[in-house]
Design a protein around this ligand. Structure first.
Ligand code: GDP
Ligand code: MN
Length: 367
């Protein structure tokens, strides 16, 4: 699901990011009144799409009359294939520099990454060589070293800029988002850091948020889910044929989404995290005892948590359980070479180069 800019900003505000003052309105009169109140403003079409600046959906209004006219033109018009039902009227910010910061799940790697560039704004794509990317552990903060790399690529350093990056990562993790993008993240002439635009996308196949709370109420759990909960594992049975083992809730959900996208049916949601080494055996035992499971997809991404440690837990478990079904691995990040070699030499299985290929193979094998 793509959130509208105004909603995304409200959420990021709660995570400590500064955003311009303003309000969402649905009539030109209301837009004019806001400008009357806060002064020169940007009138911004609220549609679930980017590129509004180039399409005329972001316009400056310095006074009451202009605000009414601009909002009147935008409201009800079709922009990038969407009807504009509301506009965000926000104080005009004096920009010294437009930066780019995002956190997203790199679907080729199957890892969350933080991306940053000193060339933010509407032309960010014309500087692909200036885009830095730093892998993070699913569900974890960016490391101090990772943050240094990101800050260096932004070409500026300050406590508020570092906080903005940390808070963006925190929002991504806690919302279990697939994308949080701030473009531009602005440095003002007075040195403030402000999110002038924001995008948040969440995964459609994510277990609805209430599932997390359902886990605390044991009577709603299936016997298998209750057995998992007893062992400190968060398992949700989904009834499909592709069993999934991944680290971190966000990556697990993206993996489920990718399986569905390629025509497969996930058998479970099971978040294993950094406990893979000690918990892989009970986790696999539970997942593989589900009726109808015909393939197993293991998707690990390590940055601070090491892939070789998580993988060793899984390889040990598979050797001890000897399940009679094909296993597919996508392993990326810290310790990936050792982990892949372990899978090759001890299981005789070749890990896939990309998460995409591993997903497609696991779905095909489950048919
Ligand atoms: P998008 O085109 O849909 O990504 O919409 P944005 O909200 O990112 O706006 C596009 C561009 O308009 C930004 O990159 C800025 O250059 C400019 N812009 C938006 N708001 C402001 C503002 O308050 N002050 C200034 N100076 N420029 C702005
Ligand atoms: Mn933008």
């Amino acid at each position: 699901m793509k959130l509208l800019e105004a909603t995304a900003k409200q959420i990021l505000n709660e995570y400590g990011l500064r955003t311009p003052r303003g309000s969402v309105v649905s009539t030109s009169t209301q837009a004019a009144e806001v400008v009357d109140d806060i002064g020169p403003s940007m009138i911004k079409a609220q549609i679930p799409a980017g590129g509004r600046g180039k399409a005329g959906g972001v316009q400056l209004a310095t006074d009451f009359e202009t605000a009414g006219r601009v909002a009147g033109e935008l409201l009800g018009s079709v922009l990038e294939g969407h009807v504009v039902e509301t506009v965000l009227v926000e104080e005009f910010i004096l920009i010294a520099d437009e930066l780019y910061v995002s956190v997203l799940i790199d679907t080729a790697l199957g890892c969350p990454v933080v991306m940053a560039s000193r060339h933010g704004g509407i032309d960010v794509e014309s500087h692909p060589d200036q885009m830095e990317s730093v892998r993070i552990d699913a569900g974890a903060d960016i490391t101090a070293a990772g943050l240094d790399v990101i800050v260096a690529s932004l070409g500026h350093d300050s406590v508020s800029l570092r906080d903005a990056v940390l808070n963006t990562v925190r929002a991504f993790n806690e919302l279990q988002a697939t994308l949080v993008e701030i473009n531009p993240l602005v440095l003002t002439t007075s040195g403030e850091v402000i999110a002038v635009d924001a995008k948040i996308e969440t995964d459609d196949s994510a277990p609805p948020p209430q599932l997390a709370s359902a886990q605390t109420s044991t009577e709603q759990l299936t016997p298998l889910e209750a057995a998992a909960a007893d062992r400190g594992l968060r398992l949700i049975e989904l009834g499909g044929s592709v069993a999934i083992l991944a680290n971190g809730a966000g990556l697990t959900m993206t993996t489920m989404d990718a399986v569905s996208h390629h025509g497969g049916e996930p058998a479970n949601f099971l978040e294993i995290g950094g406990d893979a080494y000690t918990l892989a055996e009970p986790a696999l035992e539970l997942v593989l005892s589900q009726v109808g499971v015909r393939s197993l997809l293991v998707n690990f991404c390590g940055a601070f948590a090491r892939c070789d440690v998580m993988t060793e837990g899984v390889v040990n478990a598979l050797q001890s359980l000897q399940p009679n079904l094909p296993v597919f691995f996508s392993i990326h990040g810290t310790g990936q070479d050792e982990a892949r070699e372990m899978v090759r030499s001890r299981l005789g299985v070749e890990p896939f180069e990309t998460m995409h290929d591993a997903v497609v193979a696991a779905v095909q094998a489950a048919r």
